[in-house]
Design a binder for this molecule. Structure first.
Ligand code: GLY
Length: 562
């Protein structure tokens, strides 16, 4: 009775307190707000704030709820990053990126000396030691205020009693059905005896509920030890995977110093390595600070050219220098984010002509567009920017039998193998080669912006390498062009990543004239589909209001707050 009424309560609140508005108006709230890719999960987070919890409490509850309601990327079997800014300006980050298990090495995806894509991306060997539970617990232990159990319990309830499958989730599960066929536990969890779920069906995940209950009762030990760890190890052993109970027990989330930059008087707070996001976003903003983007005009060919050229340069440095800081000792972080370095880069940009990406430098492996981001601000204006991932949609597509959660395929974010840099998109540079215990380089860029000592904006997105550029553009849209949170999220996006040497532009996002002019400057343009799913909160300091931008490029997102 209690359980059912909780689900009904959540369902009712989703309807009553969501204030999503038509057009480009942002969702507005004063007391607190959560914006995520699942309206149910946003509501779970908001209820925590409503009950007196802080931003970290709400983020923990939202993340666990997303692991149930947004199985494409919400997870306990993956990893990610939190950037946190307290109302008093103190900022920190939590790194819960997956780590390579014992037995990993740089050549582990070679078979008979040849690179094997499926082994790297679609096998038990593609699974890194999950970090999410450890990371959420570490952040909570340090900054949370509500009992841990209270924050995990809503997810337990959603998994056990089920929730209504949306049109978006039904379509996504149906599209992945073939890939679930390989794994009986995955097929059982995400289909009705092999038939796809339809919108309106109730999806219950009893094994996941039991695992979440162990986490609620025991904390990280409920995942990294005991029954859950044994179930993971058993599945790994049976399928040629590497992760052992020892690997799980050893896993540690890490607190790291944030990357700090400035842009036109705003303070930029980003995620440090093993994410490349904080450095790349800061580097691009430093370059762009030297131009009057506002005077050039939003969407002008001139601006798009300058933005693309800054992206090109940041991505070249990303490939050359960045990896896990616990393994790559010589990363020139301070130089990459310095204003002096940006001056040098700017001098190399011809305002009227595209540069050429040298084919002798680096190119990138296939990286998934999945992952998910959410933003949280509480009543005191503490803020959380959290991005986490399973890598591909539904990760490795492997549900751990008996434990009910999906495993990541994050090992695919390590480079293919030593020296394996090819025109086709493999990369073999040293900083991001696999090693035991190492974290794979990420593009996830949870970011917080402050102004005059107060919170200004919380932003982030999924989208593989495009994340970095999506986050950049949401900041430019608000700071340079004065857009509100919803307009900043709705506006068209571009992506350049050094190689391949082209700008991909969202279809219908830019004028034909601008695109023609860019081609005239020597840019290769490709028109693509949606780029990222940014979930943004802007704090309107004048009105003391939170303004949320929900990205409608994906279904089911929602802002919850009041
Ligand atoms: N797997 C996506 C990222 O870490 O950037």
């Amino acid at each position: 009775m209690m359980r059912r009424s909780f689900v009904l309560l959540v369902a009712a609140l989703v309807v009553s307190s969501l204030t999503l508005q038509a057009g480009s108006a942002p969702v507005r709230a004063r007391t607190g707000m959560v914006v995520s890719q699942s309206d149910i999960a946003s509501e779970v987070g908001w209820q925590v704030i409503r009950g007196g919890g802080n931003a970290i409490d709400a983020a923990v509850a939202t993340a666990f709820a997303l692991a149930v309601t947004h199985p494409t990327a919400g997870n306990i079997g993956g990893g990610g990053f939190i950037v946190y800014r307290a109302a008093n300006g103190q900022a920190t980050s939590f790194d819960f990126r997956e780590a390579a298990p014992a037995g990993s090495n740089a050549e582990m995806w070679l078979k008979d000396g040849k690179y094997d894509f499926d082994l790297h991306h679609n096998s038990h060997r593609s699974v890194g030691v999950p970090g999410t539970v450890a990371g959420l617990h570490m952040a909570w232990k340090e900054l949370g205020s509500k009992p841990w159990k209270d924050l995990v319990t809503p997810a337990v309830t959603l998994a056990r009693d089920g929730f209504e499958v949306s049109h978006g989730l039904a379509r996504s599960l149906a599209g992945t059905l073939d890939e679930f066929q390989k794994y009986p536990a995955s097929l059982a969890q995400f289909s009705k005896n092999g038939k796809p779920y339809e919108a309106g069906d109730i999806l219950k995940q009893p094994d996941l509920a039991r695992t979440l209950q162990r986490i609620a009762d025991q904390g990280p030990a409920g995942f990294y030890e005991g029954e859950t760890a044994a179930l993971i190890e058993k599945d790994m052993k049976a399928n040629g995977g590497l992760i052992t109970r020892e690997d799980l027990k050893k896993y540690q989330a890490k607190k790291r110093e944030v990357i700090k930059g400035t842009y036109r008087g705003y303070e930029i707070i980003g995620m440090p390595p093993p994410s490349s996001g904080g450095i790349a976003v800061t580097q691009m903003l430093n370059v762009l600070e030297g131009y009057d983007l506002k005077a050039n005009g939003y969407g002008s060919a001139q601006n798009l050219h300058l933005i693309a050229e800054s992206m090109r340069r940041a991505f070249a440095d990303r490939a050359q220098y960045l990896g896990d800081p616990d393994f790559v000792m010589n990363m020139p972080v301070a130089r990459l984010i310095s204003k002096e370095y940006a001056d040098t880069l700017r001098k190399s940009i011809n305002p009227n002509k595209a540069s050429k990406s040298s084919p002798t430098t680096f190119t990138w492996p296939t990286e998934s567009q999945e992952t998910t981001h959410f933003s949280v601000v509480d009543a005191n204006r503490n803020a959380v920017s959290l991005t986490y991932t399973l890598e591909y949609g539904y990760g490795s597509r492997i549900v751990v039998p008996g434990a009910g959660f999906l495993l990541n395929n994050e090992m695919g974010d390590f480079n293919a193998g030593p020296g394996l840099t090819t025109e086709q998109g493999l990369i073999g540079t040293p900083p991001n080669l696999a090693q035991v215990g190492k974290r794979m380089l990420s593009s996830m860029s949870p970011t917080i912006v402050a102004k005059d000592g107060q919170l200004f904006m919380v932003t982030g997105s999924p989208g593989g390498r495009t994340i970095i550029n999506t986050v950049l553009m949401t900041i430019l849209n608000v700071v340079d062009f004065g857009m509100n949170a919803q307009e900043a999220v709705d506006a068209g996006r571009i992506h350049h990543q050094w190689l391949p040497d082209r700008i991909s532009m969202e279809r219908f996002g830019f004028s034909a004239d601008a695109m023609k002019t860019l081609q005239g400057m020597g840019h290769t343009i490709s028109e693509g589909g949606n780029q990222g799913v940014a979930e943004v909160i802007v704090f309107n300091q004048k009105d003391n209001m939170l303004e949320g931008g929900v990205d409608r490029r994906a279904p089911d997102g929602g802002a919850a707050g009041k």
